[in-house]
Design a protein. Sequence first.
Length: 201
Amino acid sequence: MPTPLPLTAPTDELILEGIVVSCNQQGQPNIAPMGPRVTRDLTRFVLKPFHTSQTYQNLSVARRCVFHVIDDVELLAHAATGQLPSPPTLVPIDGFNCLRLAECCRWFALEVQTLDDSTERANIECRVVAHGEVRPFFGLNRAKHAVLEAAILATRIGIIADHEIRDEIERLTIAIHKTAGTQERNAFNYLQTYITSRLSP
């Protein structure tokens, strides 16, 4: 029998998936998916990018970024593979030298407080210096969740066994068939094609 999880965590923190826009010292933006660990009141963010990522490079120098809560899974899918068909519209934040997505649900302007890069993935604690809401979050949907899981799988090629990725994609397809709209189908089909093309025959 598996050991039940504790009813409460030592601290009420959880992973929140979204999109990070980071900027280098020249203000050039980079758009990437990321799941920081956050407090439930969204006052503390801990980002854990790999050292090889542009997000890490930008944060280690410019020490600021913007985290976005989104429900646009097509944007999430293309950002996960680094293949944005067209750059999303970015707009400035008053007094903050990094752009944000014009189209999102919520955004949080973050400044780095501490950066520990002694492990494979850096541990970057950030504080919220500004935030805003653009529109309401669409709501919970199984197909959107399936796209999120498929996007994560796309970033794990070469790390997770190919057969495990194929099995998981097959399982996620059920939620797409049952609950997806056009946006979710487009996003999942894109990721399915991307993943299939990169797995061994």
